[in-house]
Design a protein around this ligand. Structure first.
Ligand SMILES: Nc1ncnc2c1ncn2[C@@H]1O[C@H](COP(=O)(O)OP(=O)(O)O)[C@@H](O)[C@H]1O
Ligand SMILES: [Mg+2]
Length: 365
């Protein structure tokens, strides 16, 4: 997957632009608040997913304007393709001239993996972000997984409602049995798919982490659940029965894939508690790059890597691993100081200043 050209009008603070990119590393440099992340966001929008900053559509449109449009030329599945996005009253997409359609038509057509500083929460914070990472990564490779998650959450909602009522109406216990059965069936499928995905992701991420640390540190990733494991449906059903009393007291369901976690250990110790800033950053990057590798292994397409402010806090070896690894595909990297990055790569360089993007390295006079 390669981006060849991007045009934008009315997007964020970016002045209208029309840019061609290199096949390897593309470096976007500039001071703070100039528009670097905005450009990555513009590219990301073509995945058909929500902004990685969690922005609403209206926030993507330049202040005082009513609409924005973006046109992307890219190579995928061995041919040149073009996608357009129109953002105004809602968002619509055209793919190779066909449309306008809902942006979901772009899912799986243009693939990217993004690292943004906010993703450090993957290591630093609670399990929710790690589950979201896992689920989103799986949705990119097996789109049907999204509907499975939807069914599971529908059943979960039913059980949670019942938990609140059952304390007053014991005849509802039979109904609880039924919902627990459905919940374990969907939950079992979710856990099995997550395990299958992790069998690919975990060793890849560990290998990348090893490379970054010069094999001085080892990353270990394990799935953590209150249910006992295979067969997952039976063990979830069992766990639900066992926690029923507690769940009735709590008023919600305390076991199941919606409560599971990924344990991230560095040399056997939780990275959240003991990892340095650079180590935590390296873990998230390993996970993201592994996500890209797994996607390539399954779909045959190497996703574009979008790396926002990754270089800070990393020693040259770690920076090098990222840029070399990314060398297998196309990567967009933002930074304030291009010097270390330029030293490590032969990529194309763009200066971003006041919303204007200019190709080339501009030296101060
Ligand atoms: N919809 C918008 N219209 C105009 N400017 C915007 C809009 N959204 C964000 N900005 C401006 O864009 C700038 C931030 O751009 P960003 O890409 O995050 O900077 P950086 O170069 O540090 O990554 C801020 O000054 C912000 O005010
Ligand atoms: Mg930024």
């Amino acid at each position: 997957m390669t981006v060849t050209h991007l045009e934008g009008k009315g997007f964020r603070n970016l002045l209208d632009f029309s840019l061609s990119f290199g096949q390897g590393v593309n470096i976007l440099y500039g001071d703070n608040a100039q528009g670097k992340t905005n450009l990555l966001e513009a590219l990301w929008m073509f995945t058909g997913s929500r902004s990685f900053r969690g922005a609403k559509d209206a926030e993507l449109i330049r202040f005082e304007e009513k609409k924005a449009s973006l046109t992307l030329q890219f190579k995928a599945q061995g041919r040149d393709q073009e996608a357009q996005l129109q953002i105004g009253d809602g968002k619509q997409a055209l793919l190779n001239g066909v449309g306008p359609s809902p942006v979901s038509v772009l899912n799986g057509q243009f693939c990217a993996v993004v690292f943004a500083p906010g993703h450090l929460s993957l290591v630093k914070e609670g399990p929710e972000g790690r589950r979201r990472f896992l689920d989103q990564a799986i949705c990119q490779v097996w789109p049907k997984y999204a509907s499975l998650l939807g069914e599971y959450h529908r059943c979960l909602h039913q059980r949670n409602m019942l938990l609140k009522d059952v304390a007053f109406h014991s005849q509802l216990l039979d109904t609880l049995d039924i919902w627990e059965h459905f919940l374990s069936s969907y939950g079992g499928q979710i856990c099995s798919i997550r395990m299958r995905y992790l069998e690919r992701l975990a060793p890849t991420a560990a290998a990348l982490y090893g490379e970054m640390s010069g094999d001085k540190e080892a990353l270990y990733i394990a799935y953590h659940s209150k249910a006992q494991g295979v067969p997952w449906d039976k063990s979830i059903e069992e766990a639900l029965k066992q926690s029923r009393k507690d769940d009735i007291a709590a008023g919600y369901t305390t076991v199941g894939p919606h409560r599971d976690d990924l344990k991230l250990l560095l040399d056997g110790k939780p990275a959240k508690n003991y990892g340095s800033q650079g180590q935590q950053r390296s873990i998230v990057l390993s996970l993201k790059m592994a996500e890209a590798d797994v996607l390539k292994g399954i779909t045959g397409e190497q996703p574009v890597l979008l790396l926002d402010d990754v270089m800070s806090e990393l020693d040259p070896r770690r920076q090098d691993t990222i840029l070399n690894h990314a060398g297998a595909g196309q990567v967009f990297v933002t930074c304030c100081d291009p010097a270390p990055v330029v030293r490590l790569t032969e990529g194309e360089v763009f200066e971003v200043s006041g919303g204007m993007i200019r190709p080339g390295l501009f030296k101060e006079e």
